[in-house]
Design a protein around this ligand. Sequence first.
Ligand code: CDP
Ligand code: MG
Length: 701
Amino acid sequence: GGNREESHRSQDRGFFTSKHLPIYRHKAKLVQAVEGSTFLVVTGETGSGKTTQLPQYLHQAGMCRNGKIGITQPRRVAAITVAQRVAQEMQCTLGREVGYQVRFDDCTSQDTVVKYMTDGCLLREILADPVLSQYSVVILDEVHERSLNTDILLGLLKKMFSDPAKSTKGRSFPLKVVVMSATLETDKLSAFLGGCPVFAIPGRTFPVTCTFGTAVGPKDVESTGYVKEVVRMALDVHTSELAGDILVFLTGQSEIERACDLLFEKAESIDYRYDVQDQTVEGLLILPLYGSMPTDQQRQIFQPPPSRIRKCVVATNIAATSLTINGIKYIIDSGFVKQLNHNSRVGMDILEVVPISKSEAEQRAGRAGRTSAGKCFRIYTKEFWEKSMPEYTVPEIQRTSLTAVVLTLKCLGVHDVISHDLFTFKHLSLWCVGCRRGKVTQLGELMVEFPLQPGLTRAVLKGSSLGCQDLLLPLAAMLSVENIFIRPGNPEKQKEADKKHRALATKSGGMNDFATLLSVFQLCKSSDRPSAWCKDNWIHWRALKSAFSVETQLREILLRLQQRDFPVETFDGNKSELFRRCLCTGYFTNVARRSVGKVFCTMDGNGSMVNIHPSSSLFDQEADLNWVIFHDVLVTSRVYIRTVCPIRYEWVKDLLPKLHEVDVYELSSVARQEVTDEEMIKWETREAVSTEDIVKKLEKR
Ligand code: CDP
Ligand code: MG
C-alpha cells in the first residue's frame, strides 16, 4: 500500500486539485465580474471552490494592490480551516499573506492581504471603521445560512452604498462587495442589492439515494436516543457497503464524543475476514468535527485516510455547507441540529436540539454525491420528515433576541433597528442592555467593545469599576470556552470524575458554580504542572489553555477601556458577596426564585418553572436557597438551569423591575410616531413597577 497511499496524498495537494474544481474554468470571467460592479452575487454548489479559490483569483489579478480581501464565514472552524488550506495552496505561512481572525484568535500580520474571518469579527471592524478603509474587496460567504451577523453585515453594506457621500468618505479607492451563496435562491439577494449581477458557477452533482429509517418518529422529537441509532447505522454501512467514506451528522460536541467512543468500541470487535462486505476495507478511522475543536485535529479531517481504511467523520452541521470533505460517499443523518432559538417557554435565547428543515436534510444528503453517486441513510421515518420537519430553516435574525446586535447597530448610528431593511426583528427584548431611551449609554459604549454577551460584559465592567477584575475576567474567560469538565463514557470512570469535580466545587466554598469555575482557573494557573493537574482532576487542559488566552485578551481590552472615562466605585463587604453582586448586575435577567420543593421560577415576564441541573453543585442542596442566578438554560423534557449561584433578594431588588420596563424608544420609527406625547409623558413619569408586584403577579399564575 505505500505507493497507493502516496498517490492518494499528492492528489490532495491544493495546487494539483484546484484546477479540477468547477470554478476554475470561470476564473477570468469571475475576476471581470467582480471588477465590473460594486455588488456581485456568486452562487455554486458547495465544494465548487468558491471559498478557497475566488479570493486567490482576485489576489492574482492584483486586487490586493490597494487593500485587503476579507472573506467572512459564519463559523469559526470554517474560517480557520479554509485559511489553512489557502495558505497551503498559495505556499505561504499561515498568518503572513493569508491569515484568519476569529474571536479570541487573531492569526494575521502586517503582510496579510487575504483575510478569512468570522462575520462577527468584520462587524466589530465596521464599528471601528465604518467604511472599511483597509479593504478593497469584502466577500460575505455562506449567505444562504442566514446567520445573524452576516444578515446584519449585508444590511450595513447596502446602507453604506445607498449614500454615496458616505461610502467614499475616508476611502481613496472603491470597495467591491461579493456575496456568495450555495443555494440558487439568488434572485431575492440580487434584488435586495439593487438588482446586482449574479454569477452562477455551473456544477455537477451525482445522484444520491436516500432511505428513511424506523428509529425516530414524530414522537421522538425530544428524545436523545438517536445517538445509539446513528452509531448502529454507521457500523452497518461500514460492514455492508462498498469502500467510500462516511459522514455522520449529529448536533454537538458531547454527543459527537459519545458517538465516537461508541463507534470506536464497536469497531474494535469487527472481524474483517467475515463481517465486512468489501474485502478491500480493513479498518475504520473515526474523526470528530465540531466548532471548538483544536485546529491541528481539524486539519486531519481533510486528509485522505490511509489506504484500505474507511474514514468516518462525525460532525455537527458545519459539514453541511461550510466545509467540504472529499471522498464522502455515505451520509448518516440524525435529523437534528443544535440551534439558538428564542424560547418563549423560558423567555430567552437558548441552544436547543431541534429537527432540521427539509431543505437542510437535502443539503446534508447532497454531500454524498460530489464526486460519484452516493447514499444517504436517514435514521428518521418518512412520517418524521412529513410531520416534524419544517420546509426551510428560519433565519437566525427571526429566532433570537438580538440584544447584542441592537447595541452594535446603535453604536453605528443605525437607530431604527426594527425597520432595518430586509429583516423582521421578532424577539427584541425591550430593555436593551446598555441602551436607554433608544440611545446608547456611556456604559453601552464600553460594553460594545467586549466580545462577550451583554450580561457577562456588564458583570465584568461592574467588577472592574469595583477593582475586582481579577475575579471577573477569569470567570468570563471560563464561560467563553468549551465545556471544561470531562465526563467519561465508562460508568466507573464517570464516578471518579464526578468525585473530583465535587471536590473542586467544595474547595471553592461550594454552592456557587461560578466560583468553582474561577477556582479551577486559579488552581490550574498556579499549578507547577497545569496539564497534569487537569488530567488528575478530569478537566480539559485544552479548554483551560484557551481560557488563559481569552483572559489575557479580555484584560488587554479592559486596560484600553480604562484609559477612557471609566467608572470607579467602592464596596465594603466580603469577597464572595462582592463577586456575586457583580454577577447580579449582569445576570439580573437570569434570576430565579424557589417556588415549590426543588422547582424554581424565573423572574422575567414569563415566570417559567425551572430545575437546577444535576451537574450543578447546588443540585442536592437543601439549604435555604431562595434566590439564584444562572448562566444558561438547557431544555430537554424539562427546563434546567446550569451554572448557578445563590444570591440575596436585596441585590437584585432594584434591577428586576428593569426587565419589565417598556422602552418605547426601542420601537421602530413608525411605532415611535404612533406613541403620542401623552403616552410619552406617562411613560416617563410612570411609577416604577416594584419587584414585589412582579412576584405577586407571577405567583398568581
Ligand atoms: O466554497 P465552496 O463550497 O464552493 O468550495 P471550497 O470550500 O472552496 O472547496 C473546494 C475544495 O477544497 C473542496 O474539494 C474541499 O474539499 C477542498 N478543501 C480542503 O481540502 N481543505 C480545506 N480546509 C478546505 C477545502
Ligand atoms: Mg464555501
